[in-house]
Write a protein that binds this ligand. Structure first.
Ligand code: HEM
Length: 457
């Protein structure tokens, strides 16, 4: 059933630092929509970070590689016949191996001393500063424990009550009465970005600036316009510093206040996190929180829209919908390849890897390993639930996974409750899930509302 629609009221009603009215608001809404479209264009993103590999179905080749050996010498790209070096793949002349089975991936993620996150040292420092992503051992444990309490399963409700529910309601209200939407840019892209940036006290405009900066930080060296990257970096650093100072003076119930008030124990001495440490945490969490879940939600929507009977089934059974969220993570995780530095000579599932090599962990291939799942290529939320590797395993397991799940569940609930008769728009380009390293749909164009009323504008 369609609810009364009120784009304007929904927009202004949200606790935004800049309530605006009338024509100016219409212009700002349109400008925001354009920036979202541009920043969250999966094809453009794949071109910038995946070396232009718009591959739709890499799974048959990965299945052949997995069947031939759990671990191969060579990068995933080389073994697929591509010559582009790829995103963060700065192996700097090191030998590279890649792993394809569930067992090889899981063992490597857990054996974090041998397969080390020090791979990231220097790679992400320019864009993020030092962060828990590259820390290892005791340092990683101590720093991660500082923010962990804000990311527990129980804390998911706080994220929903503070931000996610309002943002989802607002996004759906903006197109609910229209009968058609492009859900990638009008829903999927907005929820994760605005949730995480709101938890850091940023305005909408600043949120988009951050996203733009994070994109530059993630793009392949050589693709980045260094000057504009540095300008954006300075601007966003100043914004973060302003919020840190504001929260020191006037604490709020949000994540940035938690960081500002957090104390760390060093050699028996307790001290507050330094500004530099807060910036490191903030940049990592802002980047990770705004750069993944949007594509995963799109993958889930595409998987369900491709099977209308299943879409009806999850509408009727929300427990099944929750299972569909995790099945989409297993079936096609947006973060496909993660890298580690091998710290000593080792044998992984029978394959010798020398110290100093880089190991590429192909967790998408691992999550379709027939040794672990029956009929693994099928998207099937009815299958018995088992842990998958979309959030990896071991000490660096995704910190934000319960926030990500909460975002997808609340968004799906709204889609299922408020967009009856949801279906792909037959006149729009066919929705495809693309990308090698970062997977996501090129768009999710849909129609909804009474079956007889097709596009009216
Ligand atoms: C579907 C959505 C998501 C996916 C598939 C995903 C996936 C991952 C993966 C694969 C890693 C491991 C990276 C590595 O060790 O190399 C990771 C780490 C991380 N993720 Fe997520 N993530 C998602 C959403 C989020 C969200 C919403 C947040 C924040 C709110 C977040 C915050 C983090 C952080 C901080 C780390 C680093 C943890 C550490 O190194 O200890 N992620 N994520």
């Amino acid at each position: 059933m369609a609810r009364p629609r009120s784009d304007v009221a929904a927009y202004v009603g949200f606790a935004t630092p800049f309530a605006i009215t009338g024509e100016r608001m219409t212009q700002e809404l349109a400008a925001h929509a354009e920036r979202f479209k541009e920043l969250y264009d999966v094809e453009r993103h794949v071109m910038a970070t995946d070396g232009g590999i718009l591959v739709e179905d890499p799974y048959p080749v990965w299945a052949e590689l997995r069947a031939a050996s759990p671990v191969h010498r060579g990068t995933v790209r080389e073994l697929m016949g591509y010559d582009s070096p790829g995103g963060l793949g700065g192996a700097h002349g090191r030998p590279v191996y890649s792993a394809y089975t569930y067992e090889a991936n899981d063992v490597a993620f857990r054996d974090h001393e041998v397969f080390s996150s020090t791979f990231y040292e220097g790679l992400t420092t320019q864009s993020m500063g030092k962060s828990i992503l590259e820390m290892v051992g005791d340092e990683h444990r101590r720093y991660r424990a500082l923010v962990q309490p804000a990311f527990t399963p129980r804390r998911a409700q706080w994220w929903i009550d503070q931000w996610i529910q309002t943002l989802v309601d607002e996004a759906v209200s903006a197109f609910e009465g229209r009968g058609h939407a492009e859900l990638n840019s009008e829903l999927c892209s907005r929820i994760p970005l605005q949730t995480i940036t709101s938890s850091f006290g940023l305005t909408r405009e600043e949120a988009l600036d951050f996203r733009e900066g994070a994109e530059g930080g993630m793009a392949r060296v050589g693709d980045v316009d260094v000057d504009s990257f540095l300008v954006r970096h300075e601007r966003t650093t100043a914004v973060l510093q302003r919020v840190i100072e504001e929260r020191r003076a006037d604490p709020q119930d949000d994540l940035i206040t938690t960081l500002v008030e957090t104390e760390i124990d060093e050699d028996g001495q307790r001290h507050l996190l330094s500004d530099e440490e807060i910036h490191g945490f903030a940049r990592l969490i802002l980047t990770a929180g705004s750069g993944t879940t949007w594509r995963q939600l799109g993958i889930l929507l595409v998987a369900l829209l491709q099977q209308p009977a299943l879409l009806d089934a999850v509408r009727d059974d929300r427990e099944l919908m929750r299972r569909a969220v995790d099945e989409a993570l297993r079936w096609d995780s947006t973060a496909a390849i993660i890298r580690r530095l091998v710290t000593r000579d080792v044998e992984l599932c029978g394959v010798a890897i020398p110290a100093g090599a880089v190991l590429e962990l192909n967790l998408c291939a691992a999550d379709r390993d027939p040794a672990r799942w029956d009929d693994p290529d099928r998207f099937d939320p009815y299958r018995p639930a088992k842990p998958h590797l979309a959030f990896i395993s071991g000490p660096h397991v995704c910190l934000g996974m319960h926030v990500a799940r909460a975002e997808m569940i609340v968004a799906m609930d709204a889609v299922l409750d408020r967009l009856p008769n949801l279906r792909f728009d037959p006149e729009a380009p066919h929705a495809k899930i693309i990308g090698l390293e970062h997977r996501g749909p090129n768009g999710v164009p849909v129609l909804f509302g009474p079956a007889l009323i097709e596009r009216d504008n």
